[in-house]
Design a protein around this ligand. Sequence first.
Ligand code: GLC
Length: 455
Amino acid sequence: MRSKSLLRICCVLVALTILLPRLAAAESPAERDARMQWWRDARFGLFIHWGLYAIPAGKWQGQPVGGIGEWIMNSANIPVEQYEQLAQQFNPVQYNADQWVRAAKDAGMRYIVITSKHHDGFSLFDSAVSSYDVVDATPYGKCLLKPLADACRREGLKFCVYHSIMDWHHPAQYRASADQYNPTKIHPERKQEYVDYMKAQLRELLTCCDPAVLWFDGEWVDWWTEEDARELATFLRELKPNIIINNRIGKGRQGMEGMNKDDQQYSGDFGTPEQQIPATGLAGVDWETCMTMNDTWGFVADDHNWKSAESLIRNIIDTASKGGNYLLNVGPTAQGEIPQPSLERLAQIGAWMRKNGESIYATQANPLADTPWGRCTRRTLADGSTRLYLHVFDWPSNGQLAVGDVPGVPHRAMLLDGRQPLKLSVDGQQVNITLPPTAPDKIASVVVLELKPTQ
Ligand code: GLC
């Protein structure tokens, strides 16, 4: 009797292990849409690059080291035994997760992606499979991610993590050459050990912090294959079926342009352009541009090359008008503070988003052929009419905003901020909207144009 029921249980278990991955793979388009919905609606998130590299902050042994902050171990060619000593100094006592989340929320951001482990291999959470983490190796001794995940949940933001596949610290991997780590090599006989290590860490992250997105990176190493990616994605979807994963889990990404290189099926849910916004919209694919506010992801004390709030706001608009998300980075200091220039920009963005957020969140890409005055996003209303959000960067000196080839019958126009009605006239295929003499917003004023469906 007993052995029969044991046999039955075994059969069910075997069937489940075979079936579950197939079920996960066989997601219908409607199920995918439902899973991606919050992310598509969010449009704007905060990237946080934080780790031991914030201590040297761009200098090694008194000398400035060129390049981005989180790459200093590679750029200054620092031996593992020396770099890992930084952990003993890592004590971010100023860290206040609530403040960070409030800064993001006030900026209008809907999600946060933070480095759980960057290429240097150091973990910002308590990992049972590593002692090279913030709890075991630093005087600070507390998990940095859990408080942020909790604060995100309290404030209604999605908590997400970045995790590097390439690892300059794990003994299974070794330097590409005597003077650089990137791209690491792996001892073939230890690859499985590393994959198991990574899976164990990801399971820990899912358990402690329940991230909504896993944002992989460092996938360009030769030893990581598309098959490895598929296997990892299946493992993750079994743990959390509605998880969203970027395309850097697999081998599809085409350089910094970030979209998949061809029509083959690659792992991952969305493309990841880096430091660039595609020139035109990308129909039918999900993508997110990630970008720095200055020139580095991880904190560099001497990098003062800040983008203006104007260009950051216009980047959010430009990205949304092309149907993508904008993930804007901050690199906190080793003490646990988001640099003041970043906070100032977040506040300025927030002021604009509070007035104009309706033109960004849950909108679709621009349907117009030509928008010489700025950018356009779109929303379909319940009654089938369309609302076009015309983001005017260059306020017309003749007081007339000309909009060509609109997809519907022009109904009414107004300023988004304050809802002031605007006069509208139709001239063949062109709509002319009469504007107030001066732009209500120097950065981008939003004019709403409502269209009824063409009969
Ligand atoms: C690059 C860098 C990395 C950074 C990432 C963000 O791939 O290697 O340091 O985390 O871009 O997109």
